[in-house]
Design a protein around this ligand. Structure first.
Ligand SMILES: CC(C)(COP(=O)(O)OP(=O)(O)OC[C@H]1O[C@@H](n2cnc3c(N)ncnc32)[C@H](O)[C@@H]1OP(=O)(O)O)[C@@H](O)C(=O)NCCC(=O)NCCS
Length: 174
């Protein structure tokens, strides 16, 4: 369960000030601005952890940010809520994910997402949660996540969830 492979010489690192964030361009202003202006501050406050995918020259080819949160029992679809206590429940959040334009359409986004989900699964072995959730920035992003077993949360048009069982299957191949 080491996660997918990236090209020779590429690496994944926890975001640091020295990473060249200003050059990153995914084509979505919100996704770019988060990395450039907010990700490091948020990480210093222990609200999110961001990881960058660096190409062989050290440029940021992609990134993702993860966090923990809670979801109310009443927001869950029936099949997920079954047997769970009626209260706030822990979830892992894929807060942001983006691939630089120069690398889009080559399977990097899919592999970066798989890497983020392996991180989530590994975290779950220490801190339990019932699902991974995310808010899509737009319809294109929604279609992208729809290919990876994420489903829409009832009542929230842009919020998707991946039940723990699906996370485990994706992360472990079981
Ligand atoms: C969405 C994004 C991360 C995809 O990255 P990518 O490297 O181009 O994606 P991949 O090449 O790995 O594509 C993976 C699969 O998703 C599909 N896909 C990629 N972008 C898609 C899109 N916008 N809509 C629908 N499907 C898409 C690909 O066809 C591919 O499917 P396949 O394996 O069956 O061919 C990238 O386009 C991006 O950063 N966009 C701007 C920021 C954004 O929307 N982030 C997500 C929300 S925070």
């Amino acid at each position: 369960m080491s996660g997918p492979r990236f090209p020779e010489g590429w690496s994944i690192e926890v975001l640091e000030k020295s990473h060249p964030r200003a050059k990153f361009q995914s084509g979505n202003g919100e996704v770019d601005d988060w990395l450039k202006k907010s990700a490091l501050q948020s990480q210093k406050k222990h609200l999110t952890t961001s990881k960058v995918l660096l190409d062989e020259t050290g440029n940021i080819a992609g990134y993702y940010s993860l966090a923990f949160s809670q979801i109310d029992f009443s927001d869950l679809p029936a099949e997920l809520a079954k047997k769970l206590p009626r209260r706030q429940l822990p979830v892992s959040v894929l807060a942001w994910l983006g691939v630089d334009r120069s690398y889009q359409g080559r399977g990097i986004g899919g592999r970066l997402l798989a890497t983020a989900l392996v991180d989530c699964y590994q975290a779950s072995q220490t801190f339990a949660f019932i699902a991974v959730i995310l808010d899509c920035v737009d319809e294109q992003a929604k279609r992208f996540y729809g290919q990876f077993d994420f489903e829409q949360l009832p009542g929230y048009r842009m919020r998707l969830y991946l039940p723990f069982k699906s996370l485990e299957a994706l992360a472990t191949g079981k």
